[in-house]
Structure formats: C-alpha cells, structure tokens
Design a binder for this molecule. Structure first.
Ligand code: C2E
Ligand code: C2E
Length: 179
C-alpha cells in the first residue's frame, strides 16, 4: 500500500471527493468505489450509502428536486426507482442531522423505504449489486424545461431550505360583521 511521502499527497487523500450533487449511475458507482479505496480514511468510516424510495405519488425524479447536497463529497444518483445518496465521511449516528440539512421535510414524510449501509464490506456488496442494474433502469433528473411544479412549498437558497410563505387572508372582503 502506498504511503504518502509529502504533505500535499496526504491532504489530497484526506479531502473528500471533489464531487457533489447528481451523478449518472455509473459515475456514482465509480465515486463510491474510490471513496472506499481511500487508504487514509479509517475502516468503516468512509461515509454512509443510503437508498431511498419515495412515498406513493412522488416520482423519484421529483424526490431528487428535494435533495440538495451542500457538502463537497455528498453525491446522488437515480436508478431502479431509488434515489441513492452517498455522504462522504458522515457518521452513521449523524445521518438524521445530515438528511435534515439536505431535504426540506422530515424524510419520513417523503420516503416510504430507506436502506442504509455504512460498513466498508456492506457498501462494497451493495456496489456490486448496483453495477448489475442495466442502463435502461438508470434515471435522469427532470429537465429544467419541464415545468412540473415543486412537490413541496419550499425553495433552496443555495445553503438551506426555506418554506415559501403563502399569503392567507383571515377575513375575506365583505366578510366583516358576518357570523
Ligand atoms: P463544504 O464542506 O463543501 O460545505 C458546503 C456548505 O454545506 C457549507 O457552507 C454549509 O452551508 C453546508 N454544510 C456542510 N456540512 C455541514 C454540516 O456538517 N453542518 C451544517 N450545519 N452545514 C454544513 P459553509 O458553512 O460556508 O462552508 C464552506 C466550506 O468551508 C465547506 O465546504 C468546508 O470546506 C469548509 N468548512 C466550513 N466549516 C467547516 C468545519 O466545521 N469543518 C470543516 N472540516 N470544514 C468546514
Ligand atoms: P462534523 O462533520 O464533525 O461537523 C460537526 C459540526 O461542525 C457540525 O454540526 C456543524 O456545526 C459544524 N460544521 C461542520 N462542517 C461545517 C460546514 O461546512 N459549515 C458549517 N456552517 N458548519 C459546519 P452539525 O451541523 O450538527 O452536523 C453534525 C454531523 O452531521 C457532522 O459532523 C457530519 O458528520 C454530519 N453532517 C451534517 N450535515 C452534513 C452534510 O451535509 N453532509 C455530510 N456528509 N455530513 C453531514
């Protein structure tokens, strides 16, 4: 195994992958593989791989519009009607916190099924499964021309999700004095 012999090599291998956001299925698999192969990251601490299936009525492409990865090294793909998310270096105990930063709603409200892998061997085994998914089952993000309305009333500012306020009239014009 190579031992880095200078500080720039060492810092380069500790830095999370220079990748963030949506990746095609094969690129996602390659990136998870290189995260697993990082000799400087401790065993079973490379990150967390999460598979999410949306609740009925929500397409996986719509779920992607709600998945805003902020941190470099956090990346996502779509295939086989699942959204796959890899969170570099995230500790398993911090998964809920990370998901809260990434999605605008509690994931329980938009996800019907969640599977999580965080040990090296389990991630590697799932990666082998993922490589068997044919290209016909890979899915792409909704194109920017597609005017499908957002499934939730929230916008991402580039850093955090914010609910979009909806004006609400408590009294309708002409309603005063009635009742
Ligand atoms: P980054 O790691 O790519 O994260 C980009 C942005 O994602 C951050 O912008 C922040 O808005 C959000 N973010 C990422 N991880 C977390 C987290 O664990 N908790 C929270 N609450 N937000 C998170 P920000 O804060 O402007 O940071 C810009 C860059 O500065 C980060 O890019 C990272 O490279 C570095 N950085 C900032 N704070 C820390 C830190 O406490 N530790 C480390 N290692 N790096 C930091
Ligand atoms: P951590 O990476 O050890 O970060 C610990 C705390 O440092 C974070 O607590 C946050 O207060 C601060 N911090 C770290 N990086 C950044 C940054 O880039 N920007 C800002 N503004 N603050 C930062 P927090 O937010 O409660 O997160 C706790 C843990 O949850 C993190 O531990 C990390 O393991 C995980 N996590 C949270 N958000 C993300 C995320 O967006 N991506 C990943 N991969 N992990 C995350």
């Amino acid at each position: 195994r190579d031992v880095p012999d200078d500080i720039s090599l060492l810092t380069a291998s500790l830095r999370p992958l220079n990748l963030r956001g949506f990746q095609p299925w094969d690129k996602f698999c390659d990136a998870v593989k290189s995260a697993l192969n990082n000799p400087m990251a401790p065993k079973d601490s490379k990150g967390v791989l999460v598979a999410l299936r949306p609740v009925p009525g929500l397409r996986v492409e719509q779920l992607l519009t709600l998945c805003k990865t902020n941190r470099m090294g956090d990346f996502v793909t779509l295939g086989n009607n699942r959204l796959m998310l890899f969170l570099s270096y995230c500790r398993i105990n911090d998964l809920e916190i990370a998901l809260r930063h990434i999605f605008p709603l509690p994931v329980g409200d938009i996800i019907s099924n969640r599977v999580v892998w965080f040990e090296d061997n389990d991630i590697a085994a799932e990666l082998t499964q993922m490589r068997t998914i044919p290209e016909t089952d890979w899915q792409s993000p909704i194109s920017p021309q597609d005017n499908t309305p957002s499934p939730v009333n929230a916008e991402h500012s580039g850093r955090v999700w914010r609910r979009v306020p909806v004006p609400l009239a408590l009294l309708q014009p002409g309603a005063e004095g009635q009742n």
